[in-house]
Design a protein around this ligand. Structure first.
Ligand code: NAP
Ligand code: HSE
Length: 436
């Protein structure tokens, strides 16, 4: 049987994992793919770096265009990340008659539509299961397994690095900086970890899932995105005391014919499965109009989990299943796009934590601002000042936590502007949404 000849562009964390699966499980892969899967050529930046798999000098190049134009390559795996030169490489591979597998969410979120159109015009296929939630088969779940449903709500923990950092900070008392370093060493983080901790990576993945589930093309600039880089361990502790875990949650849901979208650190009740998803695991809670609620979870980052999704895509291509799905069912064209809801119209509960002067009338001043913006308070938690105050302030500064009832984001923003005028409040304060 003729082998399927693979051109690897990138042999880092994910590419190295793909190489390991192709090498270690060659027999099993061949059985499932109906033919051997072999690495024909691979592109890297640095030829001198030690690699996890052995490749001959003639197989390795520093020119990725050599791989995507090589007539002896059948399938290109784009595993370098970023937009440039990844986009040009994928286009060139398609033009040279190759199907493409990619783990690149930045690319699919920003240019998926054009790339898919081009691939279809050329009769080629692009697979991108690894681009969202690592080893968790969420693209197949939405595009195939739940195809008879209209998804009405999608709530997702889809950044392994952030989930790992929050778990390390809260459960192991590791500092934020050390947790970031650990996530990088474990191969979870993007080459620029700001993409993870500032929420961009999760927002790009939400963009992809939103296009799949609702047909609406969105990029992170179009909806509220907030990362975990400004979170304080104290807030994880207060939230826990109130019965919640804090997770970086990506949300897309249908509300009265509009699409509510946001990616933010969010309080989730301890009882919810999403609140129990820890470490670098991802979890997506989908609600379909026929199936009801469904949960999908697996390691969302890291070498072998991500490589598992990439190789599964290669096997799907080898047996022709991916082509059937991609070419017959227009993954992003099978919906009437749903319009976006204005951020100010989003309605939910909020957690506020202030550092305030411990003196008369402070709670009344804050409650007055909330009241004037029709924000109803659900609970208040104030911690006593320590006996010894070394701050030099005329009044000790104490943390004050409010939980609100459901209210509009627009009202919260207006209240925030007025709260900034209160002399008793020390900036900055924390305001996080709650997902009940
Ligand atoms: P990585 O470890 O930084 O690996 C990138 C690889 O690409 C390296 O082998 C690098 O070469 C090579 N490369 C970069 N630019 C190149 C260029 N211009 N020409 C030739 N080779 C080039 O990144 P990664 O973590 O494997 O991520 C790869 C992709 O998978 C990204 O799109 C990422 O978002 C996605 N992803 C990653 C994970 C994860 O857990 N890491 C999970 C899901 C998806 P050198 O080795 O010589 O530097
Ligand atoms: N940096 C990403 C994460 C990799 O931590 O989730 C998986 O896409």
């Amino acid at each position: 049987m003729e082998p399927l000849r693979i051109g690897l562009v990138g042999l880092g964390t994910v590419g190295g994992g793909v190489g390991r699966i192709l090498e270690q499980y060659a027999e099993r892969n061949a059985l499932r793919a109906g033919r051997p899967l072999v690495i024909q050529k691979a592109a890297v930046r640095d030829l001198t770096k030690p690699r996890e798999i052995e490749l001959s000098a003639s197989q390795l190049t520093t020119d990725p265009f050599e791989v995507v134009t090589d007539p002896s390559v059948d399938v290109v795996l784009e595993l370098i990340g970023g937009l440039d030169p990844a986009r040009k490489l994928v286009e060139t591979a398609l033009e040279h008659g190759k199907d493409v597998v990619t783990a690149n969410k930045a690319l699919i979120c920003a240019h998926g539509q054009e790339l898919f159109r081009k691939a279809r015009e050329l009769g080629r296929t692009i697979c991108f299961e690894a681009a969202v939630a690592g080893g968790c088969p969420i693209i197949a779940a939405i595009g195939q397994s739940m195809a008879s449903n209209q998804i009405v709500s999608l709530e997702a923990i889809i950044n392994g690095t952030c989930n790992f950092i929050l778990t390390e900070m809260f459960h192991k008392n590791v500092s934020y900086a050390d947790a970031v370093k650990k996530a990088q060493a474990l191969g979870y983080a993007e080459s620029d970890p700001a993409m993870d901790v500032e929420g961009t990576d999760a927002a790009q993945k939400l963009g992809i899932l939103t296009q799949l589930a609702f047909g609406t093309r969105v990029v992170p600039e179009q909806f509220p995105v907030q990362g975990i880089n400004t979170l304080d361990l104290d807030d994880l502790k207060y939230a826990d005391e109130l019965g919640y875990a804090v997770k970086l949650l990506a949300t897309a849901k249908l509300v009265e014919g509009k699409l509510e979208l946001h990616t933010q650190p969010t309080l989730l009740r301890h009882q919810r499965p999403l609140a129990q998803c820890d470490n670098a695991y991802n979890m997506i809670e989908l609600t379909g109009d026929s199936v009801g609620k469904a949960w999908f979870s697996a390691m969302g980052a890291g070498q072998m989990a991500t490589a598992s999704a990439v190789v599964a895509d290669v096997i799907d291509l080898a047996i022709g299943r991916a082509q059937l799905t991609f070419l017959k069912l227009d993954v992003w064209g099978s919906h009437t796009p749903v319009p976006l809801q204005e951020a100010a119209e989003i309605c939910r509960r909020y957690y506020f934590r202030f550092n305030v002067e411990d003196r008369p009338h402070v709670i009344a001043d804050l409650a007055d601002v909330f009241g004037r913006h029709e924000i109803s308070l659900a609970s208040v938690l104030q911690k006593e000042a320590s006996e010894v105050d070394e701050s030099g302030e005329s009044h000790p500064i104490v943390p004050l936590v409010f939980m609100t009832h459901r209210t509009l984001e627009g009202s919260v923003q207006a209240a925030n502007r007025e709260l900034a005028e209160l002399a008793c409040v020390r900036a900055p304060w924390v305001c996080l949404p709650v997902a009940d």
